[in-house]
Design a protein around this ligand. Structure first.
Ligand SMILES: [Zn+2]
Length: 144
């Protein structure tokens, strides 16, 4: 079964002739047991796969996307679950609550603004949550 976010991603990919491999939970736990990626930044998990397909990694350009492909006019962001307020994982720290609340709110506002500005300039934008990459919910990006 695919969750809402996965359907959305699948839909987005289909609309640019991309496919996403979504593993069954059995395959997923098998993969997770094999990959000791505790300290691996999530974007590194898919870096090789994307670089082979013409994406450049973390260029210093507007919005600092994790991956960009100029030919396809496509940017990909891997959003950290804490810093970007993931609805599944985010928990407000117990101390300095006001500080964190304002900071995270501002990050989320900026994410929306960046997405909108790319879209308004004719770019396509994909955003993944850190947990979707780390949990191998999206294991591999397949390009049709
Ligand atoms: Zn998350």
């Amino acid at each position: 079964m695919l969750c809402g976010a996965e359907w959305l991603i699948l839909y987005l990919y289909k609309s640019f002739d991309y496919m996403v491999d979504v593993h069954t939970s059995q395959q997923r736990s098998y993969n997770m047991s094999r990959i000791k990626s505790k300290n691996t930044r999530p974007e590194l998990i898919i870096k090789d796969s994307l670089e082979k397909r013409g994406f450049l990694y973390q260029l210093d350009i507007y919005g600092k996307p994790d991956f960009i492909n100029f030919n396809k006019k496509l940017v990909i962001f891997i959003d950290g679950c804490f810093w970007h307020k993931c609805p599944r994982c985010f928990k407000l720290p117990k101390t300095n609550r006001k500080f964190w609340k304002d900071k995270i709110k501002e990050n989320a506002r900026r994410d929306k603004e960046i997405t909108l500005n790319y879209k308004n300039s004719g770019w396509k934008v994909l955003r993944f949550w850190e947990h979707e990459i780390k949990n191998q919910e999206i294991y591999k990006l397949k390009f049709a």
